[in-house]
Write a protein that binds this ligand. Structure first.
Ligand code: SF4
Length: 215
């Protein structure tokens, strides 16, 4: 079984409730969306086919027990669920970052599935598979990338739906579009509305040059 891989690197987790932890990232090639603010356009095409065993060996060389499979969009490759299971079988803590357009039920529930809900400023909000909201488990997380007030209102509407439908989800993340949405403005909106969410700044872009790859 082979998967097209864009890059594998060791860094500090910059998003989600795992922020700040050392983590090995496996970035897979290809994405079915074209978000306006995408910062990983280089992953649309670039990469090379690797056997799952080879990927597992490269990750093992870092001696870190937290691994994240990301993209691009990892779930558009047929064998991604097998890669994730391979890590789980080796007792890794496994995170999957997915753009929310694909069915997450294909992925082993022992994996933490971090699901992006695309907001209007991405230009891809119509691709959200909102059935995923029903598929979330206690360990999964959802994230909204906020580019302005319209996105914030959209996120609030989805959060209201979730509160009606499910009590299982963990605290949602609201993340400002880097360089576009001023964090303190988003923070103020959250405080004004007493939203029980987590303001998520992309830590890796604060630590390193935001344009730098592989961090
Ligand atoms: S889903 Fe992610 S990788 Fe794909 S276009 Fe959007 S931001 Fe870029």
């Amino acid at each position: 079984m082979s998967i097209k891989v864009n890059e594998i690197f060791y860094s500090i987790q910059g998003e989600s409730s795992y922020t700040g932890r050392p983590c090995v990232f496996v970035r897979l090639t290809g994405c079915n969306l074209r978000c306006s603010y995408c910062d990983t356009r280089y992953a649309y095409e670039e990469g090379r086919d690797m056997e799952i065993s080879e990927i597992v060996d490269v990750v093992a060389s870092y001696q870190c027990r937290l691994v994240e499979v990301t993209g691009g969009e990892p779930l558009i490759q047929h064998d991604t669920p097998f890669l994730i299971t391979s890590f789980l079988e080796r007792d890794y803590e496994v995170l999957l970052e997915t753009n929310g357009s694909q069915d997450i039920s294909l992925i082993d529930e022992r994996c933490v599935r971090i699901v992006d809900i695309k907001c209007p400023s991405s230009g891809e909000d119509e691709k959200n598979d909102l059935e995923n909201l029903e598929r979330l488990t206690d360990r999964d997380e959802i994230k909204f990338v906020i580019g302005g007030r319209e996105d914030y209102e959209y996120a609030r509407t989805i959060l209201e739906i979730i509160q009606c439908k499910s009590s299982r989800m963990s605290l949602p993340h609201l993340s400002p579009v880097f360089g576009q949405m001023i964090p303190h403005v988003l923070a103020q909106w959250i405080l004004e509305d007493c939203l029980d969410v987590r303001l998520n700044l992309q830590l890796h872009k604060i630590i390193w040059d935001p344009e730098k790859r592989g961090v």
